[in-house]
Design a protein around this ligand. Structure first.
Ligand code: HEM
Length: 404
């Protein structure tokens, strides 16, 4: 899943984006570089209705990590940590140095579209004595038959997603976030990912994943009338008042999906295209047209069989096949070297966003689990579900409406 040509459009309308080509960092502040108009100068707003890093166009580098609160740390320590993290994110996303003991890793660079996004896992609410305010949407995901999950690399009390168009800027943010955790929380797991760098293609295009597919075409677009309702928790809705702190927030499902690339690469182009139901070269549906042409799911071939196979991934996952269930897929690819069996430890850090996982990821994954042609070539190795609070107001910290 990705936010591609579609994703770039996200930049134009996404609420949390400043997307300025103008560097408005304080003059002379170390790390405030990035000549106006340069990619490094691109700055994403920390404050807004929604946190950054959801509708922000895919960045070239990413780190996602989860923390567990330390033994003895509770609501007070969690609130102080969210305040530290928010101060850091506010500054680094503006191209400034970290509030305390900056590592210097990003000196000379502008913010390079840095985003730092924070979420809370199911266990966070026990640790902070806030179970009464935990939304049902955060209930653990069901088990799926094809799951091969590593508990050590799944879930966690707190989740942080970092994205930037520069590897040093992203790592700088990662170090700052790790240091801020201090005695309050410990890293539970961490994963590193990447996407295409801006400017790598002559014109902006939807990204490709490590199987070589154009990935992100079907994503909901911010201009869609139902985009907000699908992706963000609606304010003052019918839900209980204890959950109003999530209004404007979103739920992130995070899955480390290993790709069995050696098996995949042995298949012919025609076989690979059948697995998805789209061409590899352009991402157009096998029933014709261009990338954004709607697939003709009912169309039959000369042999009387559907041109887009009944188990094709793009058929099974389509919203119209799932009672309208939709999500915004915004992944990073990963490559962690070669596994013990000699195959690449590579795949997709699948991250999808929705207002309610039961109307997004869960029904679609249930269906994929029952008969997706892609299943043979992938393995879900870890899983997390996080409540990502709304964007902070001026001076506020992320999660303040829950924790204060
Ligand atoms: C569509 C690849 C896992 C949900 C697609 C497309 C590709 C793709 C190439 C077609 C282009 C597009 O619309 O983006 C992959 C790969 C996966 C993966 C390589 C694993 C490594 C998943 C998972 C889910 C999912 C786990 C959700 C449970 C979707 C959805 C669409 C889609 C909702 C769009 C369907 C539409 O709009 O008609 N995927 N996918 N995918 N995928 Fe996946």
């Amino acid at each position: 899943g990705a936010a591609g040509a579609a994703g770039l459009a996200l930049g134009a309308t996404g609420g949390a984006l400043v997307h300025s080509a103008v560097s408005d960092s304080p003059a002379g502040a170390p790390g405030a570089a990035g000549a106006p108009g340069s990619l490094g100068a691109t700055r994403v707003a920390f404050e807004g209705d929604h946190q950054a890093g959801i509708t922000t166009p895919l960045q070239a580098k990413g780190h996602v990590l989860a923390f567990d609160l330390a033994p003895g740390a509770g609501r007070k320590e969690a609130a102080a940590l969210m305040r530290r993290w928010s101060d850091t994110a506010r500054r680094l996303m503006a191209g400034e140095t970290a509030p305390t003991s900056d590592s210097g890793i990003a000196l000379d660079a502008g913010p390079s579209s840095l985003t730092i996004t924070f979420g809370f896992g199911h266990s966070f609410f026990e640790r902070t004595d806030l179970v009464a305010r935990r939304p049902a949407a955060l209930d653990p995901l069901p088990d799926f038959s094809s799951d091969r999950l590593d508990a050590q690399r799944s879930n966690g009390d707190l989740w942080v997603q970092i994205g930037a168009d520069d590897g040093l800027v992203a790592f700088h943010a990662l170090r700052a976030v790790q240091k801020d955790a201090g005695e309050a929380a410990r890293v539970r797991w961490q994963m590193n990912g990447f996407n295409r760098s801006p400017g790598a293609t002559s014109t902006p295009m939807t990204a490709r994943n490590l199987m070589g597919q154009v990935d992100g075409t079907g994503n909901p677009k911010p201009a869609d009338p139902d985009f907000d309702r699908r992706i963000f928790v609606q304010g003052a809705g019918p839900g209980p008042a204890e959950h109003s702190w999530m209004a404007g927030g979103s739920y992130a499902v995070v899955r480390r999906i290993r790709m069995l690339l050696d098996d995949w690469d042995k298949r012919s182009l025609a076989q690979q295209e059948q697995v998805i139901g789209r061409t590899k070269a352009t991402g157009a549906p096998l029933t014709g047209g261009g990338e954004t042409t709607k697939p003709a799911l009912d169309k039959l071939g000369p042999d009387g069989k559907p041109v887009i196979a009944s188990n094709a991934h793009a058929r099974i996952s389509a919203p119209e096949q799932n009672g309208g269930a939709a999500m915004l897929r915004r992944p990073f690819s990963f490559h962690d070297g070669i596994a013990a069996d000699g195959t690449p430890d590579a795949g997709l850090l699948f991250i999808c966003w929705q207002a309610d996982p039961l109307r997004g990821f869960v029904p679609v994954q249930r269906k994929l689990d029952r008969g997706d042609a892609l299943s043979e070539f992938i393995r879900h190795e870890s899983s997390g579900l996080y409540a990502v609070p709304p964007g902070p107001r001026s001076g506020e910290y992320v999660g303040q409406r829950l924790l204060e």
